[in-house]
Design a protein around this ligand. Structure first.
Ligand code: THU
Length: 131
Protein backbone atom coordinates (compact mmCIF):
# COMPACT_ATOMS: atom_id res chain seq x y z
CA UNK A 1 0.00 0.00 0.00
CA UNK A 2 1.66 3.24 -1.09
CA UNK A 3 0.76 6.64 -2.38
CA UNK A 4 1.09 7.53 -6.05
CA UNK A 5 4.01 9.66 -7.14
CA UNK A 6 1.50 12.30 -8.17
CA UNK A 7 0.00 12.39 -4.70
CA UNK A 8 3.43 12.81 -3.12
CA UNK A 9 4.21 15.68 -5.50
CA UNK A 10 0.86 17.28 -4.68
CA UNK A 11 1.57 17.07 -0.94
CA UNK A 12 5.05 18.58 -1.35
CA UNK A 13 3.69 21.49 -3.39
CA UNK A 14 0.86 22.00 -0.92
CA UNK A 15 3.13 22.24 2.13
CA UNK A 16 5.51 24.51 0.17
CA UNK A 17 2.75 27.14 0.42
CA UNK A 18 3.28 27.17 4.20
CA UNK A 19 7.02 27.84 4.04
CA UNK A 20 8.11 30.59 6.41
CA UNK A 21 10.82 32.25 4.32
CA UNK A 22 10.60 36.04 4.77
CA UNK A 23 14.37 36.46 4.35
CA UNK A 24 15.24 34.33 1.31
CA UNK A 25 11.70 34.20 -0.14
CA UNK A 26 12.74 30.74 -1.36
CA UNK A 27 9.88 28.39 -0.56
CA UNK A 28 10.54 24.67 -0.21
CA UNK A 29 8.17 21.79 0.52
CA UNK A 30 9.07 18.18 1.23
CA UNK A 31 6.87 15.08 1.38
CA UNK A 32 8.30 11.77 2.58
CA UNK A 33 6.65 8.44 1.94
CA UNK A 34 7.31 5.83 4.62
CA UNK A 35 7.37 2.10 3.92
CA UNK A 36 3.80 1.71 5.19
CA UNK A 37 2.53 4.29 2.68
CA UNK A 38 2.07 7.12 5.16
CA UNK A 39 3.16 10.62 4.11
CA UNK A 40 5.02 13.12 6.29
CA UNK A 41 5.56 16.70 5.22
CA UNK A 42 7.72 19.70 6.07
CA UNK A 43 8.50 23.20 4.82
CA UNK A 44 11.44 25.49 5.46
CA UNK A 45 11.25 27.69 8.54
CA UNK A 46 13.58 30.69 8.66
CA UNK A 47 14.60 32.83 11.60
CA UNK A 48 15.83 36.38 12.22
CA UNK A 49 18.96 34.65 13.49
CA UNK A 50 19.59 33.30 9.98
CA UNK A 51 21.68 30.29 10.95
CA UNK A 52 18.76 28.76 12.84
CA UNK A 53 16.85 28.20 9.61
CA UNK A 54 15.53 24.66 9.18
CA UNK A 55 15.16 23.14 5.72
CA UNK A 56 11.95 21.53 4.50
CA UNK A 57 13.54 18.08 4.21
CA UNK A 58 14.72 18.11 7.82
CA UNK A 59 11.30 19.20 9.02
CA UNK A 60 9.76 16.31 7.09
CA UNK A 61 12.22 13.81 8.56
CA UNK A 62 11.31 15.11 12.01
CA UNK A 63 7.61 14.67 11.27
CA UNK A 64 8.17 11.09 10.04
CA UNK A 65 10.26 10.10 13.04
CA UNK A 66 7.82 11.78 15.44
CA UNK A 67 5.07 9.67 13.85
CA UNK A 68 7.13 6.56 14.57
CA UNK A 69 8.26 6.03 10.95
CA UNK A 70 11.91 5.24 10.32
CA UNK A 71 11.69 3.21 7.12
CA UNK A 72 11.59 5.90 4.47
CA UNK A 73 11.09 5.08 0.81
CA UNK A 74 10.80 8.30 -1.20
CA UNK A 75 10.99 12.04 -0.70
CA UNK A 76 9.67 14.70 -3.04
CA UNK A 77 11.26 18.15 -2.70
CA UNK A 78 9.26 20.95 -4.33
CA UNK A 79 10.65 24.37 -5.22
CA UNK A 80 9.69 27.12 -7.64
CA UNK A 81 12.83 26.99 -9.77
CA UNK A 82 14.08 25.20 -12.88
CA UNK A 83 15.98 23.01 -12.89
CA UNK A 84 14.42 21.79 -9.61
CA UNK A 85 16.60 22.32 -6.53
CA UNK A 86 18.35 19.36 -4.93
CA UNK A 87 18.49 18.81 -1.15
CA UNK A 88 21.37 20.64 0.54
CA UNK A 89 24.29 18.73 2.02
CA UNK A 90 23.00 18.89 5.58
CA UNK A 91 19.66 17.42 4.51
CA UNK A 92 21.36 14.65 2.54
CA UNK A 93 23.28 13.70 5.65
CA UNK A 94 20.17 13.70 7.84
CA UNK A 95 18.24 11.63 5.29
CA UNK A 96 21.16 9.17 5.07
CA UNK A 97 20.53 8.12 8.65
CA UNK A 98 17.43 6.32 7.39
CA UNK A 99 18.95 4.60 4.35
CA UNK A 100 20.88 5.36 1.20
CA UNK A 101 18.29 3.58 -0.97
CA UNK A 102 15.90 6.48 -0.44
CA UNK A 103 14.55 7.80 -3.72
CA UNK A 104 14.88 11.57 -4.08
CA UNK A 105 12.59 13.38 -6.49
CA UNK A 106 13.09 17.12 -7.03
CA UNK A 107 10.20 18.91 -8.70
CA UNK A 108 10.01 22.42 -10.11
CA UNK A 109 7.12 24.15 -11.84
CA UNK A 110 7.60 22.16 -15.05
CA UNK A 111 10.11 19.34 -14.63
CA UNK A 112 11.41 16.74 -12.22
CA UNK A 113 14.73 15.03 -11.49
CA UNK A 114 15.28 11.71 -9.70
CA UNK A 115 18.18 10.05 -7.91
CA UNK A 116 18.85 7.68 -5.09
CA UNK A 117 20.39 9.22 -2.00
CA UNK A 118 23.38 6.94 -2.63
CA UNK A 119 24.00 8.92 -5.86
CA UNK A 120 23.68 12.30 -4.15
CA UNK A 121 25.81 11.39 -1.14
CA UNK A 122 28.66 9.14 -2.25
CA UNK A 123 31.00 7.71 0.39
CA UNK A 124 28.48 8.67 3.06
CA UNK A 125 29.34 8.75 6.73
CA UNK A 126 26.71 6.58 8.40
CA UNK A 127 26.15 4.64 11.60
CA UNK A 128 28.12 1.76 10.04
CA UNK A 129 31.11 4.11 9.98
CA UNK A 130 31.00 4.14 13.78
CA UNK A 131 31.35 0.39 14.27
N1 THU B 1 16.27 25.13 1.86
C1 THU B 1 15.53 24.00 2.08
O1 THU B 1 14.45 24.06 2.69
N2 THU B 1 16.01 22.83 1.62
C2 THU B 1 17.18 22.68 0.93
O2 THU B 1 17.59 21.56 0.65
C3 THU B 1 17.92 23.86 0.52
C4 THU B 1 17.53 25.13 1.16
C5 THU B 1 15.75 26.40 2.36
C6 THU B 1 16.57 26.99 3.48
C7 THU B 1 16.26 28.47 3.34
O3 THU B 1 15.06 28.76 4.05
C8 THU B 1 16.01 28.67 1.86
O4 THU B 1 15.78 27.36 1.33
C9 THU B 1 17.15 29.33 1.11
O5 THU B 1 18.34 28.68 1.35
Amino acid sequence: MGVSGGELVRRAREVMQNAYAPYSRFHVGAAIEAEDGTVHVGCNVENASYGLTICAERMAVGAAVAAGKRSLVRVVVATGIEPPATPCGACRQLLAEFGLDLEIIAVGPSSERRWTLRDLLPEAFTRESLT
